[in-house]
Write a protein that binds this ligand. Structure first.
Ligand code: ZN
Length: 133
């Protein structure tokens, strides 16, 4: 009887650890995750270099500053709305809003033109490495 209770305790402990182990398998240190829900959005190896840079600072018409990182692909993103050229930050490229496909957080914009890429807001992402500390 006593032995059986000990067995149960061990099982409970194992179940508690499981979600953390699973989370670590979902992403790598060089991945970028959604700040709100930690879904993997993209990775440093997918950075898109535009005019020799992959990080930019822009001001929108409302006067807000955004630190942007550009990526070729961002599988964790989902676009919404119609593309527009209005106030575009990348000449000749239209944009539309892009959101986290899991929690719906606004993460940045997808651009179409000579190149097709994502401009994601740095402060709305978290580096996978930060979750390993
Ligand atoms: Zn999210």
């Amino acid at each position: 009887m006593e032995e059986k209770e000990n067995q149960n305790q061990r099982n409970d402990f194992g179940t508690q650890l499981e979600p953390e182990v699973r989370a670590k398998l979902e992403f790598k240190p060089d991945d970028w995750l959604c700040m709100l829900c930690t879904k993997k959005i993209t990775s440093d190896k997918d950075r898109f270099v535009f005019n020799n840079k992959s990080e930019f600072q822009f001001v929108n018409p409302g006067g807000y500053f955004f630190d942007i990182i550009t990526f070729c692909v961002a599988d964790g993103c989902q676009e919404e709305g119609e593309p527009t050229m209005e106030f575009t930050w990348f000449p000749g490229h239209s944009w539309l809003f892009t959101f986290c496909s899991r929690c719906g957080s606004h993460l940045g914009w997808k651009y179409h033109g000579e190149f097709s890429f994502y401009g994601l807001i740095k402060s709305r992402l978290i580096k996978g490495a930060a979750r390993f500390n």
